[in-house]
Design a protein around this ligand. Structure first.
Ligand SMILES: C=C(O[C@@H]1C=C(C(=O)O)C=C[C@H]1O)C(=O)O
Length: 163
């Protein structure tokens, strides 16, 4: 069934999916360079940036941080699943550079996600469960499970306009 979605929430869901779609490339870089998937220092940078931008955009920083923590959890789960696949069938792709190529892109996408959330919340106060169908249809990245989608969506719905 196709459901009506406002352009603002559609743009937000598309940006979230795009961020998730980069995790295969992140996983490939780390697998090639024998690096662990979890990078706590990098997570700190991503979360601090999200909190600073939340304040700039008038969002609650703790609520936005919780959503970014959910995105990071799902990002790591996608990477583990790709890495498991490559144990039986190694990837033949060439890795993109993590520091100079993928990381700057992820930071830009994170800012764009925060901006879309702020735009949506300003107009509509909060997402509701009726937006889940559109979210579910838009998150098409491989290795994102139904549980992952629920985790992300619950964290999104918890972001409110407190004005
Ligand atoms: C995406 C990465 O992998 C993990 C997920 C992160 C994220 O979603 O921002 C950050 C650090 C890592 O724990 C990365 O290392 O950049």
């Amino acid at each position: 069934m196709t459901t009506y979605t406002s352009p603002a929430s559609q743009d937000l869901f598309t940006a979230i999916n795009l961020r998730l779609s980069f995790m295969k490339a992140v996983a490939l870089y780390k697998a090639t360079h024998h690096q662990p998937i979890e990078d706590p220092l990098r997570e700190e940078i991503v979360l601090n940036k999200a909190k600073a931008e939340a304040i700039e955009k008038g969002l609650n920083p703790e609520q936005l941080e919780s959503f970014f923590k959910a995105q990071i959890a799902v990002a790591k789960a996608i990477q583990y699943r790709h890495r498991a696949d490559w144990l039986s069938l190694p990837s033949s792709s060439l890795p993109r550079d993590l520091q100079n190529d993928i990381h700057p892109t992820l930071i830009t996408l994170g800012s764009s996600i925060t901006e879309h959330i702020a735009d949506y919340i300003r107009e509509n106060r909060a997402l509701t469960s009726s937006d889940f169908d559109a979210f579910n249809q838009t998150i098409t990245t491989k290795h994102v499970t139904d549980r992952d989608k629920q985790l992300l969506f619950m964290a999104l719905v918890a972001i409110k306009n407190n004005d």
